[in-house]
Structures are given as structure tokens and as C-alpha cells.
Write a protein that binds this ligand. Structure first.
Ligand code: ADP
Ligand code: X2W
Length: 336
């Protein structure tokens, strides 16, 4: 994996984002003196964001935007606004999106039957064409358009662009309980990232552009692979040494055996939840992705409800954050 220094691609002009943050603070402080009590409260909320803006200033934040969080147009607009606000305040957001439910709808319309094994879509040659069309075509451009409409500059990509991600076929096995023989599960054109070359991403964020990435990549021989969006986003977050990696899903965060939200945990605890069966179904790949990302240098991974309006801002720019923070053992994941 090729690692690039962020500084190589940053231009001095980006210092204006720090000025923007300071400008916000000064404006809010001035407003506090002149506005009514209610307005002062609003201003106080804005001012509260300042230390968090400084914490993430010029740092990469990878946001995985899942298909379940995309359904409602108002939520989609709020998401795009959050991403533009991050960029304007000096953060370097990178969006990796899914679109499982949207792929399902298109396959239904085309009468193509689709089956999941271990949470992954079995993907034959006809299916992979549809998956690429929906993810890298329709959904990718919808997100780019939404960000543009909110005043940001976004470029849509998939793993194939500029050779960013090389895929390999995902090998899955399962133990047959009767014969005790390990069997290969063939998922067809389902892949995993084999190599990530983030150069193009450093160039884009250095130009203050927001990359929006679909989880599709080509293998060595040119075959197209369908990659689970959580896994793909984790590989991007690791390659970019992200300060934060947010996984937007359809629950408040990770729940314990009493269905209570776990606000933060280290990677050992995350592994325990998988081993004990408290984390099930779609939560297992999310926690596995979070553990791998933290082990490879991402400072904190947050699993958060993407159906809450402005979930991204609440998590990054408020004191209590939101969802479940997963971090290295003995750390709380928000140093520096
Ligand atoms: N311990 C747990 N805490 C929270 N959610 C859990 C847990 N175990 C299983 N889940 C399930 O994981 C789901 C999220 O995974 P998934 O459906 O794959 O999300 P997405 O489509 O957003 O990627 C939740 O809707 C919930 O049903
Ligand atoms: C291999 C595999 O299962 N790929 C996923 C890719 C999209 C995805 O992961 O979307 P969400 O994040 O919305 O679930 C799929 O075909 O549905």
C-alpha cells in the first residue's frame, strides 16, 4: 500500500479555513452581545462547536453513508449540508456510500433474483453490471448533485478511478457441522480491497474537493467486483489515516444485551460483543471493519444513526457526540 504525506498536497491557501472558523467564533461572540436570550442560546450552541472544529481542522474524516440512511429526501439534503459545512470549516471529508436497498429495488424491477449469504449479496455476472450501474452511476451522482446544491464541490469516483482500489475475489468458507469439513462459499463477483493507492484522494482534498466513492473496484485481470460498502470505507479510512471514521446506519449505535446504547468501547470489547453473539447480522461486519480500522491507525470509529437529521454534525461538533465510539485500548480516541 502506498502512503502519501498529506502535507505534500496541501496548499497554503487552505489556511483560510482556520480563518473561517475563527471568523465564525468572533461573529457568534459579537452576536451574543446583541441578540435576545433565545438567540443567545442559539449562538452559544454554535460557539460550542469551535473546539471541535479546531480538533478536526485539516484532518481527514471518512463518512460511510449507508443505503438505509438515504431514503428520505429531507435527510439526504441535511446529510449533504453537513458534509459541505465540514469542508467549509476546514475538515477534509471523504464520503463512501452504499446502496443495498436501492440495488435490491432495481434487481426486482429487472426480475433478477438476489440472495445474501453472511450479509453479502451473491453477485453473478448479470448482477454485478446492475450493482455497478446503481452504485457508481445513479446513487453516486445523486450524492454529488446534493453536495453541489448545498454549495460544495464534489467529484464522484469508484475504486476503478485512477487505480485507487484494486480488488480481489473474497474467499469465504464455512464449517459443515455434519462432516466437519470446511466448505468454500462461492459469492461470485464479490470482492475485497487488495490494495489501496490513495494518491488521487490526496490530490482532490488538497484542492478542497469532496470525494464521493462507490464501493466498486476492478481485479488484476479487469473483472469488476462488488464490495461491501462498510469494508470498502474501512480500507479508505485506513489508507488515509483518518482522524474519524463514521458509519451511518439505521440504529442509534451498538446496543448491549439489555438493548442499551454503548456510548464508547475499546476494540477488545467490540470483539467480545461479536464472540458473545450480542452483535448480530449487519452489526458484525461493521464491528469487524471498526476493529481493523482502529488497528491500522484510525483514531476513532463511530457507529451512528444516519436517520437522525444532522447526525454527522452532532457527532463531530458537539460535546456529547452521538452513537458508539470504538477506539484503541486505553484511549478515548479524541486526543490531539
Ligand atoms: N448489538 C447490536 N446493536 C445494534 N444493532 C445490531 C446489534 N446486533 C445486530 N444489529 C443489527 O444491525 C443492523 C445494522 O446493520 P445493517 O442492517 O447491515 O446496516 P446498514 O444497512 O446501515 O449498513 C441494525 O439495524 C440491527 O438490526
Ligand atoms: C457484497 C455486497 O453485499 N455489496 C453490497 C454493496 C452495497 C452496500 O454495501 O450498501 P449498504 O451499505 O447500503 O448496505 C450490495 O450489493 O448490497
Amino acid at each position: 500500500m502506498i502512503k502519501f504525506r498529506l502535507a505534500t498536497f496541501l496548499r497554503p491557501k487552505q489556511d483560510k479555513s482556520r480563518n473561517f472558523v475563527y471568523g465564525c467564533f468572533v461573529t457568534v461572540e459579537r452576536a451574543r452581545n446583541t441578540l435576545s436570550i433565545d438567540k443567545t442560546k442559539e449562538a452559544a450552541i454554535l460557539a460550542q462547536a469551535l473546539p471541535y472544529m479546531l480538533r478536526y481542522d485539516h484532518r481527514v474524516v471518512v463518512v460511510k453513508y449507508g443505503g438505509h440512511a438515504m431514503g428520505d429526501p429531507e435527510l439526504a439534503r441535511a446529510f449533504a449540508r453537513d458534509i459541505v459545512l465540514l469542508r467549509q470549516s476546514g475538515v477534509m471529508p471523504i464520503v463512501v456510500h452504499g446502496g443495498g436497498p436501492q440495488i435490491g429495488k432495481m434487481l426486482d424491477r429487472l426480475n433478477i433474483v438476489s440472495e445474501f449469504k453472511d450479509g453479502l449479496r451473491v453477485t453473478d455476472r448479470a448482477t454485478v453490471d446492475i450493482v455497478e450501474m446503481v452504485l457508481a452511476g445513479a446513487i453516486n451522482k445523486q450524492i454529488v448533485t446534493a453536495i453541489t446544491q448545498e454549495g460544495g464541490r464534489a467529484i464522484g469516483l469508484c475504486g476503478k478511478d485512477a487505480g485507487m482500489v484494486e480488488a480481489k475475489k473474497l474467499k469465504r468458507t464455512s464449517m459443515d457441522p455434519d462432516s466437519n469439513i470446511e466448505r468454500i462459499i462461492d459469492l461470485g463477483f464479490v470482492g475485497e480491497p487488495a490494495d489501496v493507492n490513495p494518491e488521487i484522494l490526496y490530490r482532490l482534498i488538497g484542492e478542497e474537493i469532496i470525494p464521493v466513492i462507490a464501493p466498486i473496484a476492478a481485479g488484476k485481470n479487469g473483472d469488476t467486483f462488488n464490495i461491501n460498502a462498510d469494508t470498502f470505507a474501512g480500507a479508505i479510512a485506513s489508507a488515509m489515516d483518518a482522524k474519524r471514521f463514521l458509519l451511518l446506519t439505521d440504529v442509534e449505535g451498538v446496543l448491549d444485551q439489555d438493548m442499551k446504547l454503548i456510548p464508547d468501547m475499546d476494540i477488545e470489547k467490540a470483539q467480545e460483543l461479536i464472540d458473545s453473539g450480542v452483535a448480530k447480522g449487519g452489526m458484525i461486519p461493521k464491528l469487524e471493519t471498526a476493529i481493523n480500522a482502529v488497528k491500522s491507525g484510525v483514531q476513532g470509529v463511530v457507529i451512528v444513526n444516519g436517520k437522525t437529521e444532522h447526525a454527522v454534525l452532532l457527532e463531530l461538533f458537539t460535546e456529547h457526540g452521538a452513537g458508539t465510539l470504538i477506539h484503541q485500548t486505553g484511549e478515548i480516541g479524541d486526543d490531539e
